[in-house]
Design a binder for this molecule. Structure first.
Ligand SMILES: *[C@@H]1O[C@H](CO)[C@@H](O)[C@H](O)[C@H]1NC(C)=O
Ligand SMILES: *[C@@H]1O[C@H](CO)[C@@H](O)[C@H](O)[C@H]1NC(C)=O
Ligand SMILES: *[C@@H]1O[C@H](CO)[C@@H](O)[C@H](O)[C@H]1NC(C)=O
Ligand SMILES: *[C@@H]1O[C@H](CO)[C@@H](O)[C@H](O)[C@H]1NC(C)=O
Length: 527
């Protein structure tokens, strides 16, 4: 419960009411409201295509009108779509999905193979528990199912190891793949904490929090900024590459969100997040020589700045906006809004109005990315202030996710214009030419390059939910009441504290020692 009257009079601005994230009194102007229905229509068209050609499988392959099962074969799209159905008020589809989910047997793997603890946690544990909460706790079977799959995944913690293995063979519970990354090891805490809340078994929360604490307590190449790879057996980092992109991304995201979801008095989560942001501003923040766009660079194993960005990393703006509000730090908010503009520019600058998977830029300190820059790239850069290094669009949410935070925090309708432009681009360029739902694109700057035959489960969970909520009543799923997991499943948060400043200092860190691995780099997590 917030007390806006007191803050209006400037009395005890932060003393009595918890810190707020959203702009108070925000409404969506009438001229934008048709966009909410447009987002819902894309969802319905996509989901009906999934039902017709792929129901019960993980994903629809819309071009070939078949299905894919690379997430265990338990019907990932159904579970991932459930919280969006509730947000959109699609009760019939939701009831059908509950019926389906209640009959998933997580002890068998219809599709064979090993299971990613991260991918399974964010979709299945997150999706089931969010649906349980949002539907008024009426379907306890959803908690039972989340517990069933988490009890299998708990075998990823081997012996006294704090850090879980990234993958498990569900047939014999044996951990797989020697090296994991901090995103896989550090993006479980919101979901497993919520599972502890509903089962009364604290083990789930403890296992996942201790993994994050372990990573946060290791010496890092830059203060607060852990590198990508970690070996669960030794508990040591296995490289020195720093990025807010894939493989690391949601570890940083959850440091902040865990502090907000739990209101924990253990300061390591918020202190590490704050230190990571501070280091990033000092070392990774760059401005392009064309257009003055603001980006976060990577720092590679040799300590060299790489002038690269990615769709995945673009969640950073929304995350920094949330953190800037919780910390009451306008510097962080201002930089986040600039980062958000930089990411949006990668949409605005392409032929489809949709942003690419990977991009690069030039700043006053150079253009090093690890690859040579071509004449075509220079020409594109000189027009747009970025150039494309990976041209595909695979229905990722991050740019529209950050845009959603920017709207809810500032109330500036330019963010509604951007979301409306994205909806128009999706309707123009993503419909599968055979009329079966929405597909992915090979080249955002050349629609003639054709489609990728996939409808991602996070298209349902994330992209269409963020778009819908951007145009919905801002009090519905308010950022003051919910924390989104990295798959955009809303989890109910307790009333906010008066401040999230943690211990008030940046955490001192032990010196970083590299334990580089000679093995192949593991696949980088797709979320
Ligand atoms: C659940 O689905 C099964 C299989 O499709 C169906 O036979 C059954 O009637 C459904 N139950 C409910 C309560 O809708
Ligand atoms: C709590 O969950 C863990 C992990 O699955 C399990 O090993 C343990 O037996 C559970 N504890 C109780 C009291 O059920
Ligand atoms: C706000 O964050 C910036 C960037 O980390 C930091 O330099 C500054 O000290 C912070 N301000 C306050 C009041 O903590
Ligand atoms: C990129 O950097 C190299 C090395 O500093 C420089 O020789 C080259 O001219 C730069 N290219 C562009 C397009 O700025």
């Amino acid at each position: 419960m917030r007390l806006p009257i007191l803050t209006l009079f400037g009395l005890f601005p932060y003393a009595l009411a918890g810190v707020t994230v959203q702009k108070p009194g925000l409404t969506v102007p009438a001229r934008y409201q048709s966009n909410r229905a447009a987002a819902e229509q894309i969802f319905l068209t996509s989901y009906n295509a999934y039902k017709k050609f792929a129901f019960g499988h993980d994903e629809l392959l819309p071009i070939s009108k078949t299905s894919g099962d690379d997430l265990g074969g338990w019907g990932a799209s159904i579970v991932d779509a459930m919280s969006t159905m509730l947000v959109m008020g699609l009760d019939d589809l939701f009831n059908e999905a509950v019926n389906f989910s209640s009959r998933i047997d997580f002890n068998t793997i219809p599709a064979g193979g090993t299971i990613s603890v991260f991918e399974t946690t964010i979709r299945f544990v997150g999706g089931l528990l969010s649906a349980y909460e949002l539907s008024g706790e009426k379907h306890p079977i959803l908690v039972t199912k989340a517990k069933q799959v988490a009890d299998k995944m708990a075998f990823a913690w081997v012996g006294d190891n704090d850090v879980p293995f990234g993958h498990i063979d569900f047939s014999d519970n044996a951990p797989q793949i020697a090296v994991t990354n901090i995103a896989e090891a550090g993006t479980l805490s919101l979901e497993w904490f919520t599972l502890s809340k509903f089962t009364g078994n604290a083990t789930y929360a403890d296992l996942t929090a201790k993994s994050v604490e372990h990573i946060a307590n290791l010496g890092t190449p830059l203060p607060g900024l852990a590198p990508q790879l970690i070996d669960p057996s030794s508990g040591q980092f296995a490289d020195a590459y720093i990025t807010w992109g894939g493989g690391s991304d949601s570890y940083f995201e959850y440091l902040l969100k865990y502090a907000r979801l739990t209101n924990t008095n253990n300061n390591i989560f918020i202190d590490t997040w704050k230190t990571a942001v501070d280091s990033s501003i000092k070392t990774l923040l760059k401005t392009s020589t064309v257009g003055n766009h603001v980006y976060l660079a990577d720092l590679d194993d040799q300590g060299l700045i790489r002038h690269v960005g990615s769709h995945l990393a673009c969640f950073h703006a929304g995350n920094w906006l949330l953190g800037g509000k919780l910390l009451n730090n306008q510097t962080i908010i201002n930089i986040a809004l600039e980062l958000n503009d930089g990411c949006w520019n990668t949409y605005a600058g392409t032929a489809t109005g949709i942003g690419p998977e990977g991009f690069a830029f030039i700043s006053s300190d150079g253009n090093f990315t690890g690859d040579a820059i071509t004449a075509d790239e220079i020409a594109f850069y000189n027009k747009h202030g970025f150039y494309i290094t990976a041209s595909d669009y695979i229905q990722r949410p991050e740019v529209l996710e950050s845009n959603f935070y920017a709207w809810r925090l500032t109330g500036d309708t330019k963010y509604l214009d951007r979301a409306a432009a994205a909806i128009a681009s999706f309707n123009k360029f993503l419909p599968s030419p055979n009329g079966v739902g929405f597909a992915c694109l090979n080249d955002v700057n050349n629609p003639a390059a054709g489609f990728i035959d996939d409808t991602e489960s996070f298209w349902f969970a994330e992209v269409l939910k963020y778009l819908y909520l951007t145009f919905d009543d801002p009090e519905h799923i308010s950022l003051d009441d919910y924390v989104f997991n990295t798959e955009c499943h809303p989890l109910k948060a307790p009333p906010a504290l008066n401040s999230y400043t943690g211990s008030g200092t940046l955490i001192p860190k032990k010196p970083f020692t590299a334990h580089t691995t000679s093995g192949p780099r593991p696949l980088i997590s797709p979320i």
